[in-house]
Design a protein around this ligand. Structure first.
Ligand SMILES: Nc1ncnc2c1ncn2[C@@H]1O[C@H](COP(=O)(O)OP(=O)(O)OP(=O)(O)O)[C@@H](O)[C@H]1O
Ligand SMILES: [Mg+2]
Length: 568
């Protein structure tokens, strides 16, 4: 029973009112009983606790008479809540709402829930003054990473590195600096013309990924931009344009060129949403300056490439996809691969080294194409060896005899397991890859074929429009040699140059052979020794060529002589 207490002051403290036991103790202390021991106090409390009328009468004896003023103090008055109480109430309300929500979700029929969801959405939308824009990482059927997402990622890499607390790091240009981007489930604030906007990075895993599906849907990453509806026009037009422009600058600054390949052992098993290409940083040092070839031809190729790079509007105005095909042909060691590296370095493009024999079929080839980014060179080396591009049309035309058919059948059954794992890419698949409708997606791409045997290629594959520019890389000229001498020996003239020039007129030598002879093999080998080595190599090549010519002549004349003798 709560004792009948009379406060000393009209204003009773909150704690006092709430806690009768404390009221008792404090009122006793105020009456000079403070010096009483704790035991005494407890004893008093116990006696009170028993609630005997005795204690009540004892207290009533001690109580001072209440004045009207004091009575006024006892009047019921509004009691303010403490923070603790308020939070307790809020907490228990939320818990109850959640509890009932869960129950409704579980037992309420779907239609009713949908109805409620719909109207709650309407309500929140009506009262919420903020607009949200979501930028998903993949659009369409996840064929290609969204450019908008990449742009936001680049844009936020600048802002978030200053404001965000959780960041992701990636190696930047030339492996010198790390590029930081916002981690998942992070938020940053940005300001544009005095208006605040909020960016958040997030990911959702679809419900099917949580189910027992055999092919669970991958997680979907996205950025979300939130801003006040008052600034709708400014944000959707000016701010988003500002984001794209800034992102381009950031990308250009941090762009690290990559060398992609599709022939890594696990590329076929790359899961949904993962790239089919694997890459390393592209670090080939070749440039047009170090390339040995006729200066005029070199200049022409460089101009052609630079014109292409700047030709976005021109290509659009003539209604042509912004891409260009280059066919590099010539004997081994004449600099075809080196030229591709020089092209990538000149244009600042990525390189996609496409290994056709590792591509399963035409649809896989298409997927690989779609996954390439713009500002890139797609390379198919030794195209004549990659596919049987020469015989495919003939095979259809020729009608094999029964015997031949039988032979082919046997051959196929013998090779079956091997062929299954081989490529089924056809010439038409490749032609579509180069200039089909899909090839125009993204734009700003060079497609480069290299071959040692241009004559073996199907004319359809290398006709203009597909392979726009044909470049022959042949045996080294004297001009080419001078470039190599400058690269390898740091000399521009030497008395031995004359004899080298003479010998080069009489025989053929590849730039690769010259490079090998000019490269000093020990610190003792100076320019003169290297040049002498080259002269010896040229003389040997000349002798070999003379001998081969002589052998060929005898081979040609031998049957004629034999015929003449038999006639006699
Ligand atoms: N024109 C050139 N200028 C400078 N160096 C060259 C040139 N041609 C060849 N080389 C040197 O020779 C080496 C082989 O050249 P590269 O691999 O480019 O030849 P390729 O034409 O691609 O041969 P393949 O047809 O066998 O693939 C290179 O490492 C390079 O140093
Ligand atoms: Mg090569």
């Amino acid at each position: 029973m709560v004792p009948n207490l009379i406060p000393e002051t009209p204003l009773m403290s909150m704690t006092t009112l709430r806690n009768p036991r404390r009221i008792f103790l404090s009122s006793c202390a105020s009456k000079g009983e403070r010096k009483g021991s704790a035991v005494h106090i407890k004893e008093r409390a116990r006696t009170e606790g028993r609630g005997g009328e005795e204690s009540e009468s004892k207290q009533s004896i001690k109580m001072p008479t209440m004045t009207p003023k004091m009575m006024a103090g006892m009047m019921p008055m509004p009691i303010p809540m403490t923070m603790v109480e308020m939070w307790t109430t809020v907490g228990s309300t939320i818990a109850s709402v959640m509890f009932f929500g869960a129950i409704i979700r579980q037992y309420c029929p779907y239609e009713v829930r949908r109805f409620f969801d719909k109207y709650t959405n309407y309500l929140t939308r009506f009262f919420n003054p903020y607009i949200r824009i979501t930028i998903n990482e993949f659009t369409g059927s996840r064929l290609k990473r969204s450019e908008a997402y990449a742009a936001v990622e680049a844009y936020l890499s600048v802002n978030s590195s200053k404001n965000s607390k959780r960041l992701k790091a990636e190696m930047g240009k030339d492996n010198k600096k790390m590029v930081l981007t916002m981690d998942e489930n992070e938020k940053v604030t940005d300001e544009f013309r005095g208006v605040k906007v909020w960016w958040a990075s997030s990911k959702t895993s679809s419900s099917s990924s949580r189910s027992m599906s055999l092919y669970p849907e991958p997680e979907k990453r996205f950025y979300r931009l939130t801003f006040h509806k008052r600034y709708r026009d400014m944000i959707t037009e000016d701010y988003l344009e500002h984001v794209v422009t800034k992102a381009k600058q950031v990308k250009a600054k941090n762009r690290q060129r990559k060398l992609y390949t599709n022939s890594s052992p696990n590329y076929r098993y790359s899961s949904h949403g993962q790239s089919m290409w694997s890459h390393i940083t592209f670090e080939h040092p070749a440039t047009f300056g170090t390339l040995a070839m006729e200066p005029a031809i070199k200049q022409e190729i460089m101009e052609d490439l630079l014109t292409f790079r700047e030709g976005k509007d021109y290509y659009a105005s003539i209604g042509k996809a912004w891409k260009r095909g280059y066919l590099l042909y010539g004997p081994p060691g004449t600099g075809k691969s080196t030229m591709i590296a020089a092209m990538a370095n000149l244009l600042n493009y990525h390189v996609y080294d496409l290994e056709l024999t590792a591509v399963k079929d035409n649809s896989e080839l298409k997927k690989l194409l779609i996954e390439t980014t713009s500002k890139s060179i797609i390379v198919m080396e030794d195209i004549d060896c990659s596919l049987d591009l020469t015989g495919q049309r003939k095979k259809k035309e020729e009608k094999p005899s029964e015997d031949e058919k039988e032979k082919v059948k046997k051959e196929i059954s013998r090779r079956e397991p091997k062929e299954e794992s081989g490529s089924k890419v056809t010439l038409s698949g490749l032609l579509n890859f180069i200039d089909g409708l899909w090839s125009s997606s993204g734009g700003e791409r060079l497609i480069v074929f290299t071959t040692n045997h241009v004559e073996k290629l199907d004319p359809a594959l290398i006709r203009r429009g597909r392979m726009d520019k044909h470049i022959e890389l042949s045996y080294c000229s004297f001009e080419g040699f001078k470039v190599l001498a400058k690269n390898y020996l740091r000399i521009e003239a030497h008395p031995m140059f004359d004899s080298i020039e003479q010998l080069m007129k009489e025989t053929k030598i590849t730039p690769a052979d010259i490079a090998e002879n000019l490269m000093p093999k020990s610190p003792r080998e100076d320019a003169e020794k290297c040049l002498s080595k080259l002269i010896r190599a040229l003389e040997e090549a000349k002798e070999k060529a003379a001998k081969e010519r002589a052998d060929e002549e005898t081979e040609d004349t031998e049957p004629a002589k034999r015929d003449a003798l038999s006639e006699d």
